[in-house]
Every structure is written in structure tokens, then in C-alpha cells.
Write a protein that binds this ligand. Structure first.
Ligand code: HEM
Length: 521
């Protein structure tokens, strides 16, 4: 009797657990998405019809496939900067049907697509940095990369992190990093010289620059000259490859089960990286020698040495996540800005020469430092023009935390994810004029911030408002250091092996690398 009662209790518990699980699944996969869809429709926000459970993912793949077969047939020698329809073929396709603002679905998650700066202005005016969220699906998906670092935090936690981290990026601190940047770049250039002397003139510039920029960001973030730093650097790179080499189903319920190997591998690497960074941080905390480390971690630790009463100190785990965030946020973005610049300069030798002349005039034989770099005005125009034509961060993502009114008719409901299409806005002739797809750095001569863009929210290479990129000045400094040193020693032309196929792999990159012919001056 006793036995059958406990058997009954056991099966009742199992049934209740199963029913609760089923209810959570139905709620997450069906009830909530349908409610969100209805609310969006009531506000006039519609788009391509989603299909459960993938949303519009299959259609995105189908459009991308048909576009890539057209691209394969295109002339290998042609380098067109009119890239929106090839890097985001599905958005370009949907824009023709639904305009510059519409809703599409990644799995069961609705995304509000925005490529209209006026809509963005009205939606975001008066919204504080702390009131923005980041899409939950991306937070979950990129947990091993960013943890709870600045890119992914929200609300008061974001305010606390941003407040503590901002001083580390002050001009005075960035100045001290020039030496580290010169060191890594000079090593890369000496290696090129040795290879050229051995008869090799062709280099995959993307690979070269990404590896040097990775070293620079690791040195400026947590120092890789010491102890475990080098291992962290290697594992961070491995994790990036693991996470982005597979076909992924972000937003689809239980999608991690669909890619178990890469998920497990990324989690394993994530744990190893955390452990190594923890030991670097703990060693530095114990160090009583008084030696100052001028990397970002050193600066954060210095600020952290207060009595902690203000509640502003970052914990060791916070510091680990921020080191990873600096690496992933700052490594490829800067490297790709440099990579695309070298392609554009190879196609436009007249601009190579103009920049060389400016370097000779402004820097001459002087040592590189922040003051002399600030005098490189034409290099600034080129930097902005490259960020416009080939923005390394091709989109900005946010999540709406409270209902937001755009105009009389439209309220965007809380919980909606936003995908702001930076590439589309940067290639929009109605914002930039008919020469939108030409490389014309001089458009930034008279309007250094917006390059003549007709709308102030139309050019957002570093995002907007309080959540704008914290590393933009570090990045600009690294760009100028690397480009100055490279242009002072070498000239470039495009290799016949280059195929112009820009694609999105989190960032906007040349999918088949960037082979250039490099000659010493
Ligand atoms: C060309 C180089 C770079 C580009 C194009 C770029 C682009 C961006 C963009 C678009 C955002 C999102 C802003 C928003 O939501 O409004 C962002 C945020 C961020 N970036 Fe960068 N970035 C670059 C370099 C760097 C570097 C070098 C670092 C650090 C070492 C860095 C660290 C961050 C961080 C921590 C955030 C989050 C800021 C916050 O939410 O408060 N970035 N970046």
C-alpha cells in the first residue's frame, strides 16, 4: 500500500513537471511571440510573414543563396562598393517590399528593422543610455564572448560599469598605449620585409592585420607579454572561430541543441579563458612592487583600489568579462577598418600618395605620439570614408525596455528587438547623394563629423547616444599608428587573386581574404 502511494506521488510529480515544462515551451514559443506580433501589427509595424519555429530564417537563407550564385558569376576584376544587396540580400529584398522600417523574425523573436534615420531619431530622442536593453537572444548566444561586460549590461549595472570604465579610455591613458602599438606593428612590417627579400610579394593583408590588431588589443587590454596573457589571446581567437564558423539559429527555441559541438567547445574555451584571466587579475592584485601597468586592466585595477564604499568597484568576475569585451569589441573592428582601408588605397594609389605626403609633412622624422597623430587630417577623412563604405560594425542592436512612442500612430512595444542597418544607411543615395558608392574621402573635408550626410542619425559607425562605442578613440589612434607606419615603408596594389566578396561574420569582412602586392618604398 505504502509502496503504491509513493509510486503514485512519483508519477504525479513527473506529470506535473512535464506539464509545467510543456506550458513554458508553449508560452515561450507560441503565446508570447503571438502576443508580440499582434501588438506590432496594431501599431502598423509589419513585414515578411514568419513561419514557426524558424521565423524568417529559411527565407533569409534562400535569398542569400540565390544572391551568392549571382555573385559567383560576376566579373572577378570588378570592385563595386555598392554592397548592401550582397551583404544583406534579404534586407535589401524586404526593403523593396516593406520600406525602410519593418518587422522580421529570427526564430520566435521579433526584430524591428530600421534603416530610416528620421524614425530612429524620433524613437530614440530623450532615451537615456541606461534605458536601452540588448536583445536577450544575442546576450545568451554571445555569453562566452562578452559575459556580463559593458556591451551586454543594462540599467543600473550598465551605468556602474560605464562610469568605472570611462576614465580608463581618457586621452591621457590612451597616449601611453602608442608605444605598444608601434612595437607590434613594427614587428609585422619587419616580417614583411624579410619575406619580400625572400621573394614573396603577395600577402593576405586581412590575416596579417587581424593577427597584429589582436596582439595590440590584448596588450592594451590585459598585457600579453606576461605569464598567461599569450594563452588567453590564443584561446580568445579560437573561441571566435568556433562561434562563428557554424550555421547558427539565433532566436530559434532550443537552438543550442542544433549546434551542440560548437556550443560545448565555446563553453569549454570560455571557462578556460575565465580561469586564465582570473589568475592574471589575482596575481596583479597581489603585486605590491608598485610597478604601474598602463593597459586597460591595470587602469581599472588602480581605480578599484579605493575602499569600495562607493559600491562602484568591479569584482574580479566583472574585470574578466570586461577584458573579454575589450578583446572581442575592439579587435576585429579596428583590424577590419585597416584592412578595408588598405584595399581602398590599393585601388586608389593617388590617395596612398596624398596620405604619404601628409605623413611626411606632419610627422616627418619625429617619433609617433598622440599630438602628431592628431595632425593627420586627411587620414581622418579616409578613416571616416572607410567606416562609411565598409563599416566593420554593420548594424547596431538594441532592445526596447518600455513602450516607446515614435509618432501619433506608432508605439513600439516593450520587448521589441531592434536591428539598425548601418550598411543600408551608409549606402543610401537619398542621404549621401548620387556618388554614395564612390570612395571620396574629401566629403569629410568640410563636414568632418557627418561627411555631408543629410541626416545626423544617418552616419552611425560607432552607434548613438549614451551607449556609443567606448573604444572609438583607442581605435582611431591604433588606426593612425598602423597606417602611418605601413604607408611609410610600403606601397600596395591589388593582387589578381583578389575576389571582392564582402560578407557578414558578425563584422563586415572580405570573405576570401585580401591578397595585395606589397612593395618596399
Ligand atoms: C573601428 C572600430 C570600432 C567600431 C566600428 C566599433 C563599433 C561599435 C558599435 C557600433 C557599438 C554599439 C554602440 C551602440 O549600441 O550604440 C560599440 C560598442 C562598444 N564598443 Fe566598439 N567599435 C570599435 C572599436 C572598439 C574598441 C577598440 C573597443 C575597446 C577596446 C570597443 C569597445 C566597445 C564597448 C565596450 C562597447 C559597448 C559600449 C556600451 O554599451 O556602453 N570598441 N562599438
Amino acid at each position: 500500500m505504502e509502496c503504491s502511494r509513493s509510486g503514485f506521488l512519483l508519477s504525479a510529480t513527473a506529470v506535473v513537471s512535464l506539464l509545467s515544462f510543456a506550458w513554458v515551451v508553449i508560452l515561450r514559443c507560441w503565446v508570447l511571440p503571438n502576443r508580440a506580433s499582434r501588438k506590432l501589427r496594431e501599431n502598423g509595424l509589419e513585414g515578411p510573414p514568419p513561419v514557426f519555429p524558424l521565423g524568417n530564417i529559411n527565407e533569409m537563407k534562400r535569398v542569400a543563396m540565390s544572391c551568392s550564385s549571382i555573385r559567383k558569376a560576376s566579373d572577378p576584376g570588378v570592385i563595386s562598393h555598392d554592397i548592401h544587396s550582397s551583404v544583406f540580400p534579404y534586407f535589401s529584398f524586404w526593403q523593396k517590399l516593406h520600406g525602410k522600417v519593418f518587422v522580421y523574425w529570427l526564430g520566435t523573436e521579433p526584430f524591428l528593422y530600421v534603416a530610416d534615420p528620421e524614425f530612429l531619431k524620433q524613437l530614440s530622442s530623450g532615451v537615456m543610455g541606461k534605458s536601452w536593453g540588448k536583445p536577450t537572444v544575442f546576450k545568451r548566444d554571445r555569453e562566452p564572448m562578452f559575459g556580463k561586460g559593458l556591451v551586454m549590461t543594462e540599467g543600473d549595472e550598465w551605468v556602474r560599469h560605464r562610469h568605472v570604465i570611462t576614465p580608463a579610455f581618457s586621452p591621457a591613458n590612451l597616449r601611453r598605449m602608442v608605444g605598444l602599438m608601434v612595437e607590434s606593428t613594427s614587428q609585422m612590417l619587419d616580417k614583411w620585409m624579410a619575406e619580400i627579400n625572400a621573394g614573396n610579394l603577395e600577402f593576405d593583408i586581412e590575416k596579417e592585420i587581424i593577427s597584429t590588431a589582436g596582439e595590440i588589443i590584448a596588450k592594451t587590454s590585459f598585457g600579453i607579454g606576461h605569464g598567461d596573457g599569450k594563452k588567453v589571446f590564443e584561446k580568445l581567437r579560437a573561441m571566435q572561430v568556433t562561434l562563428f564558423k557554424t550555421n547558427r539559429y539565433v532566436g530559434v527555441p532550443f537552438s543550442k541543441i542544433l549546434c551542440p559541438t560548437s556550443t560545448l567547445e565555446a563553453n569549454k574555451l570560455g571557462k578556460e579563458i575565465d580561469g586564465l584571466l582570473m589568475s592574471i587579475i589575482n596575481e596583479r592584485k597581489k603585486d605590491t612592487s608598485g610597478t604601474k601597468q598602463h593597459d586597460l586592466l591595470g587602469l581599472l585595477l588602480e581605480d578599484n583600489r579605493g575602499d569600495g564604499r562607493s559600491g562602484k568597484n568591479l569584482s574580479t568576475k566583472d574585470l574578466v568579462d570586461e577584458c573579454k569585451t575589450f578583446f572581442f569589441g575592439g579587435h576585429e573592428t579596428t583590424a577590419l577598418a585597416l584592412t578595408w582601408t588598405l584595399l581602398l588605397l590599393a585601388v586608389h594609389p593617388e590617395w596612398q600618395e596624398q596620405l604619404r605626403e601628409e605623413i611626411r609633412e606632419v610627422i616627418g622624422d619625429k617619433e609617433l605620439d598622440a599630438t602628431s597623430l592628431a595632425g593627420l587630417k586627411k587620414m581622418n577623412w579616409v578613416w571616416n570614408e572607410v567606416l562609411r563604405l565598409y563599416s566593420p560594425a554593420p548594424n547596431v542592436q538594441r532592445q526596447i525596455r518600455e513602450d516607446m512612442r515614435v509618432n501619433e500612430e506608432t508605439v513600439v512595444p516593450a520587448g521589441t528587438n531592434m536591428w539598425i542597418d548601418v550598411v543600408s544607411m551608409n549606402h543610401d543615395p537619398s542621404l549621401w547623394g548620387e556618388d554614395v558608392n564612390e570612395f571620396r574621402p574629401e566629403r569629410f573635408r568640410d563636414d568632418p563629423l557627418y561627411g555631408g550626410c543629410k541626416h545626423k542619425m544617418g552616419f552611425l559607425p560607432f552607434g548613438f547616444g549614451g551607449r556609443m562605442c567606448i573604444g572609438r578613440n583607442l581605435s582611431a589612434m591604433e588606426y593612425k599608428v598602423v597606417l602611418t607606419l605601413v604607408l611609410s615603408r610600403f606601397s600596395f596594389s591589388v593582387s589578381p587573386n583578389y575576389r571582392h566578396t564582402p560578407s557578414i561574420m558578425l563584422s563586415l569582412r572580405p570573405s576570401q581574404g585580401l591578397p595585395l602586392i606589397v612593395k618596399p618604398l
